[in-house]
Design a protein around this ligand. Structure first.
Ligand code: HEM
Length: 422
């Protein structure tokens, strides 16, 4: 844990602002799921689903991921953030951009406000990515984690640019190919390219820190990186330029090899761990790896199996639930239970060590509310995914209810942490 805070870390306010935004986004997404959970069915291209997806990713997952990268990159690579001012500027553009974009997309009001918001959003994302890449460029050497993060930031910029191109097409149609082709490329560049590679790359480092584990043979980690990049190259090209069966097969196979190699590397780290006790954060990570394996299987079934259109639509929605709130959301929630206590401890308690009795970072929040939140969240997500694929509106609503309770408890738990003082 001591590895999380050093003199290179940026201000506590910058990280807290991103985490607070992400928490508000999670609560908003949970409320929206409760409100519109019954309508999560049919083809994915419809205003409600577009709005819900972007509320989940732009409201909740991206702000936490960006905040965590600003904390972890300087610490892991021992270089300060290239420009904290630029990060604040990006934040100032991101908030109105994301809000305007999500609400206008949901209302399917595609006028000037929509396109200006999309412009602010893409500018903010590019500023964040360039600033973080410039930070990494100063590092003495690029480790396995660094290579994943660089690739992930490249895909984030690609996804945001494709998103803007799609938004402009909705505002003033100009694409001469079916926009759904570009949409699939956008969603995979963002989902697998950005979130997938980022979570995997950072997971190697965080598992080392939190499980006190060290493995010098990183072969499967590098194989996963190579295979996933090949998969993305094949799939993105194929989505946009045509349906060449051999490219689909190759892309799916490479993606499956990549996911399997990643899970193998995680297993090695887990086996070499010194810390034996398990906590809620670790179980969130285990659940995330389960969602990832399931999403990979469902994705392969969608790409390769012959099936009726109605089943395909249900599988596509199930795929999105498993991957976004399932895989990425579980990692985000679990890691906040590690990063936030440490930051509160580091900034408020560490100065008193040796002067008076100080609790450790892991003692700042009792375990029971963390376990309760874990149970509610995964029961909710499992019901939600089952209700989408089955399909069953009551199961989706019950899932949304449990997920909303878990989001409220997560907010309460982080609130307790933020109020802790020596
Ligand atoms: C980085 C995280 C992002 C993820 C994971 C993501 C994911 C997705 C997914 C899964 C869909 C299609 C299905 C649906 O929701 O119904 C979609 C569609 C879309 N996204 Fe995103 N997105 C992200 C960021 C963005 C950004 C930054 C923009 C704009 C600047 C954007 C613009 C769009 C548009 C306009 C569509 C509809 C496409 C069409 O007209 O066919 N997205 N996105």
């Amino acid at each position: 844990m001591a590895g999380l805070g050093t003199r290179h870390a940026p201000s506590f306010r910058l990280i807290s602002a991103h985490f607070a935004l992400g928490l508000v986004g999670m609560l908003g997404f949970a409320a929206a799921l409760l409100w519109r959970g019954a309508a999560v069915e049919g083809h994915f291209f419809q205003p409600t689903l577009l709005g819900l997806t972007h509320l989940c990713v732009l409201g909740w997952l991206v702000p936490v991921a960006i905040g965590a990268m600003h904390q972890l990159i300087p610490v892991v690579f021992e270089v300060p953030v290239r420009s904290e001012r630029l990060a604040w500027l990006a934040f100032a553009l991101y908030v109105p951009g994301a809000l305007g974009f999500m609400t206008r997309l949901w209302a399917f009001d595609l006028g000037w406000l929509f396109i200006i918001s999309a412009g602010l959003l893409v500018t903010a994302i590019i500023l964040y990515a360039v600033n973080l890449l410039a930070t990494l460029a100063r590092a003495a050497h690029v480790s396995l984690t660094g290579a994943y993060v660089i690739a992930a930031l490249g895909y984030l910029m690609l996804a945001a640019c494709l998103g803007f191109a799609l938004a402009y097409n909705l505002h003033r149609p100009y694409l001469y190919i079916d926009h759904v082709r570009v949409l699939r490329a956008h969603a995979h560049a963002a989902g697998l390219g950005f979130f997938g590679l980022l979570v995997m790359g950072v997971a190697y480092r965080l598992l080392e820190m939190f499980l006190l584990s060290h493995v010098s043979a990183l072969g499967p980690g590098w194989v996963a990186l190579g295979a996933l990049n090949l998969a993305l190259a094949a799939l993105l090209t194929n989505f946009v330029f045509g349906q060449v069966a051999v490219l689909t097969w190759f892309g799916v196979l490479a993606a499956l090899v990549g996911v399997a190699a990643f899970l193998l590397q995680v297993r090695r780290l887990y086996r070499a761990r010194i810390k034996r006790s398990t906590d809620a954060a670790w179980l969130h990570s285990l659940a995330a790896f389960g969602y990832l394996a399931l999403a990979a299987a469902v994705g392969a079934a969608i790409a390769l199996a012959g099936r009726p259109e109605a089943l395909r639509q249900r599988l596509e929605l199930g795929y999105a639930v498993l991957f976004l709130p399932g895989f990425v959301g579980s990692i985000v929630v679990g890691q906040l239970y590690k990063i936030v206590p440490f930051l509160i401890w580091f900034h408020r308690f560490s100065a008193y060590v040796g002067l008076k009795k100080v609790p450790s970072a892991s003692e700042l929040l009792a375990p029971r509310p963390q376990w309760a939140q874990l149970g509610l969240m995964h029961a909710g997500l499992a019901l939600l995914a089952a209700g989408v694929v089955a399909p069953s509106a009551p199961a989706r609503l019950a899932g949304a209810l449990l997920f909303a309770a878990s989001a409220a408890l997560h907010a309460r738990n982080l609130g307790v942490l933020y109020r802790r003082r020596p």
